[in-house]
Design a binder for this molecule. Structure first.
Ligand code: DGJ
Length: 740
């Protein structure tokens, strides 16, 4: 990996074995973008890539010549209004009302590794030689606003991590009203845009469309990254697929309001922007103050979408997630939410835990309803003290009982919220986000605490630390069940109200940081009504997240498949729940529910006492199986093989690091009669190794399995004979491969 500056041409070339990223200082001092793609040779002069033919109606920077029109120039951090008309990376509102800025190159520096971003989650390095970071310093001469663009290139993988830092070195205050983490102009628009969108219980469904002239974007203005859209998009060449071809991923390490946007201009260039959503964003900068954007992580591949995802998986698993649990196989848990909802007593909880222990479960998680006056969703949030009517011995007593069964104990919190019917709200009615004189709309009868205020975060930290420090707690489920409305902080002046959404998320990160530092061995699982904040920002603090409230195995195929485009299997909370399923009333076989949940952190979301003895025996086998293979499921190289968004059959697989063991998951939604013979081509195996497949005779070479595939047809492909395997709806199989 290298970062080279060619002084004679003012060209920067960042490269490693996979990628090249090339920029140059333009004649007017702005930064021009020349190339991002597969690694090419370095050389002194790439300036021929700067193309600027004079075009009719173009506006030009230099008096008396037509040599530079920013509108027609591919840039690194575009501004609006001085010859460029596209959406900008930055906009600065000045005291005279102007929004024009003109950031001019001043110099650069290169540092080994990757400096931390203060107060924000970001990828990191652990050892020397893992990465280098280039800082480009630019300055707007009129306002004195300094801009530092940061580019980290990692030694391995096609990754460039970017962010922008501002410092007001001028005399007057100003307002940053747009400050993107990433802006990059690509030379053409021959791409398909892939976004991961949905709603509650159907998160991160893959949606694909061709880029066209104009703007296409996804984003959130809800105060959290949202069920509706994920801060991750892919641009792929139309001919690229899972296994080959060019694609670029754009991922924002952030959990609040975001925008991901592609603007295709009249001449076919594509401007990608990614960062905090500019709508409503207004960050005041007094003289001397600074502002740091979140990080955006770009990945380029020419080897297809699986390779793109695997690059993100490795990076986010090992160099974004942190802490004690980062590299550890995750405990198999049982959560009481779908078993009891709010209706439980200590005895009932212990009953569920005992049976779970008998089946081999390692961790019991007590969900919502254990605190304050919380007997429904209408009261109690904010009062993080055990409800003694339900739990006579408090959390300490219950945790002790669970631990004496030989299980770990975990607890649910929703730290950012308060019900009006709570002691916390009665004591501090001004602690919620609310606009004076306006309705304060609720979501699920709850209001959002003003986490932009340190005293609010401090108070919640105290309450949570008190519980976590005094009971044997090994796991926390951190939930968040509503979007923000009437966003306004009583603690900030009028000209800083545009900061509240971002300050709120900084408060969330602060609480996470304090709790994870004080309780380093507690496993944190994030949740936001399922997957409304399943993003890289939260992954920095919580190495796993509840992927969705939808626990139906068939629905989960799409949700987990879509999630896997950016996020590793080790981050996806996935449980076996009851059939008929609570969200869809669908009945699915117990083995299919487990076969889907294995490709995640794995657990149960039901009362095992209510299963038949036969089913309980099956559960015991599932748990024993998961204990044997969980490292492979969670940390293996994951390949998507057949998409639920296109096919009746979904398939994916995980391959061990040495490629000698692999597990393939095969899932068929509806059975069909007299259907075709089918084969499934595998990936990532050793070509020359011979593999056995559990339950099948003979052995198969890796190249055989990868080129002709495994036979997946069953008796439904033909006339069923006695003794043949017969398929059914919602059927599934696992193929376990081992090299001889
Ligand atoms: C929403 C979560 O996604 C559920 O798993 C559960 O924890 C409920 N909240 C509890 O209120």
């Amino acid at each position: 990996m290298s970062i080279i500056f060619h002084e004679s041409t003012s060209v920067f070339h960042l490269y490693n074995e996979e990628i090249s990223y090339i920029m140059m200082v333009l004649k007017n001092g702005h930064m021009g973008q020349l190339y991002f793609g597969k690694r090419i040779h370095d050389k002194e002069d790439f300036t021929y890539l700067f193309e600027n033919y004079s075009r009719a109606m173009g506006s030009h920077v230099f008096e008396g010549e037509k040599s530079l029109s920013l509108e027609h120039t591919k840039q690194e951090y575009g501004v609006y209004g001085n010859t460029d008309y596209r959406q900008p990376a930055v906009e600065v509102l000045q005291n005279n009302g102007s929004r024009i800025s003109d950031f001019k190159y001043q110099g650069f520096s290169v540092v080994q590794g990757k400096p931390k971003l203060s107060g924000l989650p970001a990828t990191y390095t652990e050892e020397d030689g893992e990465a280098e970071t280039l800082f480009l310093t630019l300055k707007d001469p009129v306002t004195g606003l300094l801009l530092k663009l940061s580019y980290t290139i990692f030694a391995r993988g096609g990754v460039i991590a970017r962010n922008a830092y501002f410092e007001n070195e001028g005399e007057e205050s100003l307002h940053l009203t747009t400050a993107m983490s990433l802006c990059m102009d690509l030379p053409d628009y021959d791409y398909e845009w892939i976004q991961f969108s949905g709603a509650w219980s159907r998160e991160r469904h893959e949606k694909i469309r061709k880029l066209e002239q104009g703007i296409q974007s996804v984003g959130s203005r809800r105060g959290h990254s949202s069920h509706e859209h994920n801060p991750f998009v892919i641009l792929k060449r139309p001919t690229a697929d899972e296994f080959q071809g060019e694609a670029i991923g754009f991922s924002l390490v952030y959990s609040g309001n975001f925008l991901a946007q592609a603007e295709v201009d009249t001449h076919g260039s594509t401007r990608m922007l990614m960062g905090i959503h500019p709508d409503g964003f207004d960050w005041k900068m007094e003289k001397g103050e600074s502002f740091q954007t979140p990080e955006a992580v770009m990945v380029y591949t020419d080897k297809g979408l699986n390779h793109l995802s695997q690059t993100y998986h490795k990076l986010y698993q090992r160099r974004l997630a942190r802490g004690y649990w980062r590299d550890k196989a995750r405990p198999i848990l049982i959560n009481n939410w779908e078993a009891t909802y709010f209706d439980f007593t200590e005895e009932r909880i212990v009953e569920i835990a005992k049976k779970a222990k008998e089946c081999g479960v390692e961790l019991f998680v007590l969900d919502d309803g254990w605190f304050g006056q919380r007997s429904s969703d209408q009261a109690g949030l904010g009062d993080w003290v055990a409800n003694r009517k339900r739990l006579p011995q408090g959390i300490e007593g219950l945790a002790e009982r669970i631990s004496s069964l030989g299980m770990k104990f975990g607890l649910w919190f929703e730290p950012e919220m308060v019900n009006k019917d709570s002691d916390l709200y009665r004591a501090h009615p001004d602690w919620i986000l609310q606009t004076p004189g306006r309705t304060n709309s609720h979501g699920r009868f709850q209001h959002v605490l003003d986490f932009s205020r340190k005293e609010v975060v401090d108070a919640i930290y105290e309450m949570m630390s008190n519980i976590l420090g005094n009971a044997k707690i090994s796991y926390v489920k951190w939930d968040m069940n509503r979007s923000i409305t009437e966003c306004f902080s009583a603690a900030l002046p009028a000209d800083r109200q545009g900061e509240v959404f971002h300050r709120y998320i900084l408060g969330v990160y602060d609480l996470y940081e304090r709790l994870t530092s004080r309780f380093p061995e507690i496993l944190f699982e994030s949740c936001a009504s399922g997957g409304a904040r399943f993003d890289p920002g939260i992954l920095y603090y919580a190495p796993q997240g509840w992927t969705s409230d939808d626990t139906d195995a068939v629905e989960r195929l799409k949700i987990q498949y879509g999630t896997s485009y950016c996020y590793p299997v080790s981050s996806m909370g996935s449980h076996v729940s009851v059939s008929p399923n609570h969200q869809l009333n669908r009945e699915t076989p117990l083995y299919t529910r487990a076969n889907v949940a294995y490709f995640g952190t794995f657990g149960y979301e039901l009362d095992l006492n209510k299963l038949t003895e036969e089913e309980q025996e099956e559960v015991k086998k599932q748990i024993a199986f998961m204990k044997e293979y969980r490292e492979l499921f969670q940390f293996g190289t994951f390949y998507r093989l057949s998409s639920p968004f296109e096919n009746n059959v979904t398939a994916w697989m995980s391959v061990s690091e040495d490629k000698k063991t692999a597990i393939v998951g095969w899932y068929r939604v509806l059975n069909s009669v007299n259907s075709s013979y089918t084969r499934l081509k595998l990936c990532g195996l050793l070509e020359d190794a011979e593999y056995t497949i559990e339950g099948q005779k003979g052995a198969f070479f890796g190249d055989e399995l990868m080129n002709l595939g495994i036979l997946t047809s069953d008796a439904t492909a033909g006339e069923a004979q006695e003794g043949q395997v017969k398929g059914c709806d919602f059927d599934s199989r696992l193929y376990i491969l081992k090299a001889k």
